[in-house]
Design a protein around this ligand. Sequence first.
Ligand code: SF4
Length: 343
Amino acid sequence: MPKLLVVAPNWIGDCLMAQPLLARLRDKRPALRIEVLAPPWVVPLFAHMPEADEVIAAPFAHGALALGARWRLGRALRARRYDQAIVLPNSWKSALVPLFADIALRSGYVGESRYGLLNLLYRAPRPARPMLEHYARLSEAPGAPLPASLPAPRLQVDAAAVAATALAFGFAPPPGRNIVLCPGAEYGPAKRWPAERFGALAADLAAQGAGVFLLGSANDAAVCDAVVQASGSAAQSLAGRTRLGQAIELIAAADAVVTNDSGLMHVAAALDRPQVALFGSSSPAHTPPHSPRARVVWLQPACSPCFARVCPLGHFRCMTELAPQRVRDEVAQLGVLGSGQSH
Ligand code: SF4
């Protein structure tokens, strides 16, 4: 059986954008065994992707060179006798494990001048293509065209597990409505709709009878606390209290999800949940939520997208000029307010 090792990206959203690549590889070679080497914090994502036959947690801290640990892991993986590795991150260090594992064919984008480290090299097209397409190109020969349509990322969840997790975290059982807000964005504050706006939205949604829950990592806890305060405690923060697998199940249980352009936005899209996605400094042309049930809000002032982590102009108009009422109207368009149900 041919064996492939895929070195996964570091970000939740990028991992989801890579799923169509895995699906395409599996379509082309049904007998292919696909194993994924992933940072521990994204491992639960791949557990919900049927294309991944096994996920190996990489024992490295984010950004660490960890040369010794990469050498030991690579040598340990030699016994698995992979036929090929596909390296998705652009960094030099991310290509080391396949080299140390003596994998003969090592492919990926040139990235950080990885001549020699990789031996099947791709050049990133200019202008940049959407991330989903960017990764999927690695399923073809360099320069070869992609098929006209690619599958959207999709996560599989167990309905019983979703119901149990929703109950454990206080979601109202049907016909109650539960709306998840994700006010964080790991990339930086220029992607975050301000906490007081999220708070006003939460208060509005709660006043209409919805249960409002805030999801995010421990890094988002302070932002979520500020949202709770701004909402007059109309929302409940679960940030930092869930593992990623539980967050996936809670999003799967939600009647609607409102996010910034973040990893959890892509999770909601991959779970086919009705959602509103708020873009500021980034572009929905580059990393859209791949879902027909997603409504994108992007004011797009002349300076947007700037792709900065912090507003370089100081005024942050791309997000501060977005009113809670506008987002609330978008949520209403999803049909989840009033008596409507989306399940
Ligand atoms: S420069 Fe414009 S697009 Fe970038 S963060 Fe500031 S307001 Fe937003």
